[in-house]
Write a protein that binds this ligand. Structure first.
Ligand SMILES: Nc1ncnc2c1ncn2[C@@H]1O[C@H](COP(=O)(O)OP(=O)(O)O)[C@@H](O)[C@H]1O
Ligand SMILES: O=c1ccn([C@@H]2O[C@H](COP(=O)(O)O)[C@@H](O)[C@H]2O)c(=O)[nH]1
Length: 201
C-alpha cells in the first residue's frame, strides 16, 4: 500500500486536489481518510461549549484512532471511519465503511503535525495558497455549506485559525516532499502527482 499525506491550511484546496486525483485515477484503487472524520467525540459537551473548542489545535484530533485505522488498512482490514458534522461540531454516530486500497490518501490541516502519523506516509504533500485567498474561500464555504455567518468566521480566523496556522501548519512545509502552489487551479501539479501514483499502482 502507498500512503500519501496531504496537508495545508484551511481553504488551500486539499479536498479539491484529492477529488481531482480520485476522478483521474482508476476506480477502486484509491481510498481516503479525512482528518475531519477524526475530530474527538464531543457528545459530553453542550453545543455552546463545543463552539468554543479550538478546532485548529492538534489536541482536537484523535490521532491515535487515525493511526489505528491506517495500521488496520495496511494489514488489509476494513475500518469504519466516523462521520463528522461541522454544523453540530460533533460526530454524527454514523460511519463510512472504508476498504483498504492500493493507495490511501490521508488528508487534513494537521496530518503532517503528528510525528507518528507522519512516519506512516510514503509521500508527504503540502498544498499552499496565500492566507488572503484561503480566508476568502473559507468565508464563502463556511457561510454557504457550514451554517456560519461573517462575524463568526472572521472572529474564529483572528483568534484561532491564523495563530494555529503559524504554529502548527505552515512549519510542516519543512517535511513535505512536494509543495503544490494552489492560488489558482494547478492542473500541472495534479498531473505530476497522478503520474507518481500511477507509477506505483
Ligand atoms: N485553486 C482554487 N481556486 C479557487 N477556488 C478553489 C481552489 N481550490 C479550491 N477552491 C475552492 O475553495 C474552497 C475550499 O476548498 P477545499 O478543497 O474545501 O479546501 P480545504 O479542503 O483545503 O479546506 C472550495 O469552495 C473550493 O471549491
Ligand atoms: O466542528 C468543527 C470542526 C472543524 N472546523 C474547522 O474546519 C477546518 C478544517 O477543515 P478544512 O476542510 O481543512 O478547512 C478547521 O480550520 C476548523 O476551524 C469547524 O469549523 N468546526
Amino acid at each position: 500500500m502507498l500512503v500519501i499525506g496531504i496537508a495545508g491550511g484551511t481553504g488551500c484546496g486539499k479536498t479539491t486536489v484529492v477529488n481531482q486525483l480520485l476522478k483521474e485515477l482508476p476506480e477502486g484503487e484509491v481510498g481516503i481518510l479525512s482528518q475531519d472524520s477524526y475530530y474527538k467525540d464531543t457528545s459530553h459537551l453542550s453545543f455552546d461549549e463545543r463552539v468554543k473548542i479550538n478546532f485548529d489545535h492538534p489536541r482536537s484530533i484523535d490521532f491515535d484512532l487515525i493511526e489505528e485505522h491506517l495500521t488496520e488498512l495496511k494489514k488489509g482490514n476494513a475500518i469504519d471511519q466516523p462521520v463528522y458534522s461541522f454544523v453540530k461540531h460533533n460526530r454524527t454516530g454514523d460511519t463510512i465503511h472504508t476498504l483498504p486500497r492500493k493507495v490511501m490518501i490521508v488528508e487534513g490541516i494537521l496530518v503532517l503535525s503528528n510525528p507518528e502519523l507522519r512516519k506512516m506516509f510514503d509521500i508527504k504533500i503540502f498544498v499552499h495558497a496565500d492566507s488572503d485567498e484561503r480566508l476568502i474561500r473559507r468565508l464563502r464555504r463556511d457561510i454557504t455549506e457550514r451554517g456560519r455567518d461573517l462575524d463568526e468566521v472572521l472572529n474564529r480566523y483572528k483568534t484561532t485559525l491564523k495563530p494555529m496556522h503559524s504554529q502548527f501548519i505552515e512549519p510542516m512545509k519543512e517535511y513535505a516532499d512536494i509543495i503544490i502552489p494552489n492560488n489558482h487551479y494547478n492542473t500541472v501539479a495534479i498531473d505530476i502527482v497522478k503520474t507518481i501514483i500511477n507509477d506505483k499502482l
